[in-house]
Write a protein that binds this ligand. Structure first.
Ligand SMILES: Cc1cc2nc3c(=O)[nH]c(=O)nc-3n(C[C@H](O)[C@H](O)[C@H](O)COP(=O)(O)OP(=O)(O)OC[C@H]3O[C@@H](n4cnc5c(N)ncnc54)[C@H](O)[C@@H]3O)c2cc1C
Length: 1020
């Protein structure tokens, strides 16, 4: 064994990366150069070296990022296209202009393609499949066995990966399990017939399991809920146990691949938990992948090593950098969560090197598997191992099938064990894997691209990443969990306002805090909430109990029932408080809202708990409600600061011309129960910060949450009378307030019937009324989502499920009409209906629940009535069976229900149901789909899943709704990002959380002052 003469480092630094060690660098350079030299002796055709179309396409893709995006998007949609005409249409839509710009000769080809689609589509598809084949070792077990034999002969070990990642139903997960078991059986049988191991199949203690299978947990169950790891682990184990048992029987090795960050803790917990079960304590041989691009990878690796040592359970750790860097970065930024990955490529490289040392220092319990195509990363591992005198057979290198073949050969020639990761399966469903490989091959900073295109010299490729960080323009990351904030796109406004990040319940600490808050609240339920009028608490009214819809015998609190006289008193108190409140500066009013936002933020868990219990919202939805309330406070505060400054209307000599805003007077906020905190907050604080005195009338079902908001705003500094809390029962008091001559504005969200009544009442001008009333009116929806023939069903199915059934369909934005194009209708429906039973229906106090109860008995009765109606007019395609314990406690549950083959004239296709009932409709083509979608009385939200650029463009023009969502779910509007509100019978066209919202509660005033006095004017 070659041993370098450089001595090993005494200890691994606790923080930071490995210090630069000149002696080690010299040894590493020598090793790297040798590897490069050996690689040169084994040139292999790869994606860059193939002649013809691929090479040219890859070349163009690397020259032009926009073309690369279009090309890879075309590759991604190709499997979903089932006719030549469709292939050609997409080809032209994606590549038309761009390809022509790169190569004018293509123009003729693309134009001719329309004339003879079959002549073009076939070869295009064949070429893409041929490209994909480079990365996939075959379609099934037979191909795999062939590849395994080839590998063995070439001295390489193999790990098998079955393509197919997203499963949306139990049936798909069962199929994945079946395929895994089949592979274990058939490959084991084939190996028994050829018992001679290859060079890489022998470790220091003898032969290693030759059958090595890599599994992805997301393919094992559709029930993966990162916020509910306990139950997810139970579900995952159901399918993992048979695999591990079979692995023991056939002597196979099982590796747990690592996927996205949200599954990381869950995967680690599952790994440990199942291996602690008695039957798996000693076998099978196992491993797990860890991703060095994660900032917390070192912590995880140390914990895993400690666990393995404590349990005496040897394992393999496959160290990778990580395959999901872009999506981890984008998603974290979108959510304003700490970005979990390092931000600079050399940081991931440096971390890889540090963790490589950690692994090599613990080879008594771990077998390191270095999975990298980067010569520097591999050379570093070898030199560090040599320093420690480690037998090269005690660790291995791993590389992907179809990639870095020269490196594999060079490593083998240098006496190292190499394992090839062989993906097998149908090419078309495996397109996601192929696209990831394309991205990896063409990534700007990736080793493969830099080497294969000659963008970097050998010397540059071997440079120490820590040195690069120190000497380059890039500063090393502090590792303190940078909060990434997307830089505003061009033309976007200054980011004065930032959305409050939701809680990341994948973190155990967040779950513990939420659970504790729920337990604490359960101990102090039953609070009495008096009216608050003019700053006075009115305690001697009748009290109404507010109950938990999941367990109606649990009283959350009691609220005092306001009377007509109280309504008059509230108007009088507001009128009296108005002048002083109007005179309070816009900045001071805004500061009060910002304080309220801070208070809500600090009490988030407690507030979430109250929303969970009083409104029956699942954890994630309750947390989103709290975030939105915080956002409304901060956004409207920022908006008021802006509007509070007079704006110069026109600059003209001798005259100073401005426009400014003045509040209307007294506003009434009438809120619904479905966003019990956020909508109530928005309707209240918008008129309030604009300088109006407000009477807040929360929904009767959620008036305890209303009291909490009142307390918060008072604590933040809203003076007596400027805000009044008036919960009450029935429409009489609401109507009285709306019609009151001393009321100037009404902010309402609720049903169409009540909204239309308010609109009408407010239109009258009784004697004594000073102003024409302004009504901000947001009503319901009958929202449609269109699924195009070429839609990505792996994305569309979960999005449709959560849009239709999240919070039991009780959002005004919820999906109620799913319009599916004929070409994909049967395929979609089959998968969608199979996915429906995976919806967790249960008590919202449990973290994994997605569908809880509906709000009360009346709502339950009404929705059940619609279900009966649906049974008469359409086909009942699926209905959940409610667990007996849910109904035993009297909870207001309605089983989520899907009707198929619904016709536009059916009642369930026309009326708003406000519950977990979905109507699926078939459309001949996009013309009919848009006609169906637009053919409702409402125009609130809508969506389209399509991978056709022209269809997406068309939706923007023709799908007439207030909030249109493309290739995503149709609920979950975020303040400022998605100003929310619709038209037709959905509302008056105002946009909550939008830039024009506050102006609804103010009058504009224009002031012109002649500045020319005695012939002179101040300079402007
Ligand atoms: C056998 C095998 C098994 C694998 N299994 C898994 C697995 O289970 N899970 C998984 O996630 N991946 C897995 N991968 C994929 C692997 O993550 C990528 O192939 C690998 O990251 C590429 O690294 P490299 O060292 O070969 O190339 P390099 O070019 O040296 O590194 C590229 C990597 O650097 C990181 N990076 C890129 N840009 C930045 C940036 N700006 N800031 C910080 N870091 C950046 C990314 O991780 C990127 O993939 C596996 C790879 C192999 C070979």
């Amino acid at each position: 064994m070659a041993t370098s003469n450089v001595s090993p480092p005494s200890t691994l630094p606790e923080t930071g990366f490995l210090p630069v060690d000149p002696a080690l660098e010299a040894a590493l350079r020598a090793k790297g150069e040798k590897l490069f030299a050996r690689m040169a002796a084994h040139p292999t055709p790869g994606i860059f070296s193939k002649k013809g179309a691929y090479a040219r396409l890859m070349d163009w893709a690397m020259q032009d990022p926009a073309f690369k995006t279009q090309l890879f998007r075309f590759v991604d949609v190709l499997p979903a296209l089932d006719s030549s005409a469709e292939i050609v249409r997409h080809l032209q839509e994606y590549l038309g202009d761009k390809a022509v710009a790169l190569n004018p000769a293509l123009k003729t080809g693309l134009a001719a393609a329309s004339l003879a689609p079959a002549l073009v589509a076939g070869p295009v598809k064949a070429q893409v499949l041929d490209m994909a084949k480079q990365f996939v070792a075959g379609a099934g077990p037979d191909d795999l066995i062939k590849q395994l034999r080839l590998n063995t002969r070439a001295g390489r070990a193999t790990t098998i990966d079955l393509l197919g990642e997203t499963v949306v139903s139990e049936a798909e997960a069962d199929e994945f399990l079946r395929r895994n078991l089949e592979v274990l059986d058939t490959v084991a049988a084939a190996l028994r017939a050829a018992p001679e191991p290859g060079f890489s199949d022998v470790g220091p203690a003898g032969p290693l399991p030759r059958l090595n299978l890599s599994v992805k947990i997301s393919a094992l169950t559709p029930d993966v809920h990162p916020a509910d790891p306990e139950n997810s682990i139970v579900a995952l184990k159901e399918r993992l146990r048979p695999i591990l048992r079979r692995a023991i029987e056939v002597g196979a090795f099982i590796n747990f691949d690592m996927e996205s960050y949200k599954l990381k803790d869950l995967t680690l917990a599952l790994f440990r938990s199942i291996l602690e079960e008695a039957e798996f304590r000693a076998g099978p041989a196992v491993g797990i992948a860890l991703q060095a691009y994660l900032r917390d990878c070192e912590r995880d690796l140390r914990a895993l090593i400690a666990w393995a040592r404590e349990r005496g359970r040897p394992l393999t750790v496959r160290l990778v950098k990580g395959a999901y860097w872009d999506s981890e970065t984008i998603l974290a930024r979108q959510r304003d969560w700490p970005v979990p990955v390092w931000s600079h490529k050399p940081e991931s490289d440096a971390n890889f090197e540090k963790l490589c040392v950690l692994l090599l220092d613990n080879t008594d319990v771990v077998t390191p598997a270095f999975a990298s195509h980067n010569v520097r990363s591999c050379a570093h591992a070898i030199v560090q191992a040599e320093r420690r005198g480690i037998d090269p057979r005690a660790y291995e290198f791993q590389a992907l099938y179809g990639m870095a073949d020269e490196l594999k050969a060079a490593l083998q020639q240098s006496g190292h064990r190499v394992r090839e990761y062989c993906a097998v399966g149908q090419l078309l469903p495996g397109m996601a894997y192929f696209v990831r490989r394309l991205l990896e091959n063409t990534s700007n900073e990736g080793f493969l691209r830099q080497r294969n295109t000659g963008e970097a010299t050998q010397e540059q490729l071997l440079r120490n990443p820590v040195e690069l960080l120190q000497t380059g323009t890039r500063k090393p990351d502090t590792g303190k969990g940078e909060i990434g904030k997307a830089s505003p796109v061009s033309g976007a406004r200054d980011p004065v306002f930032r959305n409050a990040p939701n809680t990341d319940y994948t973190l155990a600490a967040a779950r513990t805090r939420q659970r504790a808050a729920l337990e604490a609240l359960a101990l102090r339920l039953g609070r009495k909430c008096p009216l608050i009028i003019g700053g006075r608490k009115i305690t001697d009214r009748d009290y109404v109990p507010s109950v938990n819809p999941a367990r109606p015998n649990q009283v959350v609190g009691h609220w005092a029932k306001g009377t007509l006289a109280d309504a008059d008193a509230a108007v009088a108190a507001a009128r009296a408080a108005f002048p002083a409140w109007r005179a309070t500066s816009a900045d001071a009013r805004a500061a009060i809202l910002e304080r309220a936002a801070d208070l809500l933020e600090t009490r988030r868990m407690e507030i979430n708990a109250l929303i969970i219990l009083e409104a029956g919202k699942p954890w994630v939805e309750a947390d989103g409600d709290t975030s939105e309330a915080i956002d409304f406070c901060r956004f409207y505060a920022a908006e008021m600061r802006r509007l509070g400054r007079p704006e110069i209307t026109q600059r003209t000599p001798g005259e100073h011309c401005t426009q400014l805003w003045t509040p209307r007077g007294v506003a009434v906020a009438i809120a619904p129960w479905n966003f019990p905190l956020s909508i109530l907050t928005g309707l209240t604080v918008a008129p309030l910060v604009a300088g109006n005195a407000v009477i807040m009338k929360p929904a009767r079902q959620t008036s305890i949450i209303g009291a909490l908001l009142m307390d918060t705003l008072v604590e933040a500094g809203v003076p007596p009378g400027a805000l009044n809390y008036l919960p009450c029962v029935g429409g009489e008091i609401g109507n009285h307030l709306v019609a009151h001559p001393q009321v100037d504005a009404i902010a309402f969200t609720g049903s169409r019937a009540v909204g239309c009544k308010i609109w009408e009442l407010a239109g009258r001008t009784p004697p004594g009324q000073a102003n024409l009333k302004k009504v901000v009116c947001e009503m319901g929806g009958k929202n449609a989502l269109i699924v195009d023939n070429d839609a990505d069903l792996d994305e569309a199915i979960p999005a449709a499920l959560s849009s239709a059934f999240g919070y039991s369909g009780q959002k005004c934005s919820a999906l109620s009409r799913l319009v599916v194009l004929a070409g994909v209708y049967d395929r979609f429906l089959e998968r969608f209906l199979a996915a429906c039973p995976t919806l967790p229906v249960g008590d919202p106090a449990l973290p994994g629940t997605v569908v809880g109860p509906v709000i009360d008995g009346d709502a339950q009765k009404k929705i059940l009535g619609y279900i009966e109606q649906g049974k008469k007019e359409a086909r009942l395609a699926w209905q959940a069976r409610l667990a007996p314990e849910l109904t035993a406690a009297g909870g207001y549950y309605v089983p989520p229900t899907v009707f198929a083959d619904v016709q536009p004239e059916h009642v369930i296709a026309r009326e708003e149901i406000f519950g977990p009932v979905l109507a699926v409709m078939k459309a001949r083509d996009l013309d009919e789909a848009f006609a169906l979608a637009n053919g409702a009385d409402y125009a609130l939200t809508g969506g389209l899943f399509s991978r056709s650029p022209s269809a997406l463009e068309r939706a923007q023009r023709e799908f007439l709704v207030g909030n249109l969502y493309l290739n995503r779910g149709i609920t979950g509007a975020v303040v400022e990002r998605h100003p929310f509100g619709g038209f037709k019978m959905s509302g008056g066209g105002t946009k909550a959380g939008g830039r024009e919202y506050l102006q609804n509660f103010m009058f504009p005033r224009a002031i012109a002052e002649n500045t020319l006095r005695r012939g002179f004017a101040p300079e402007e």
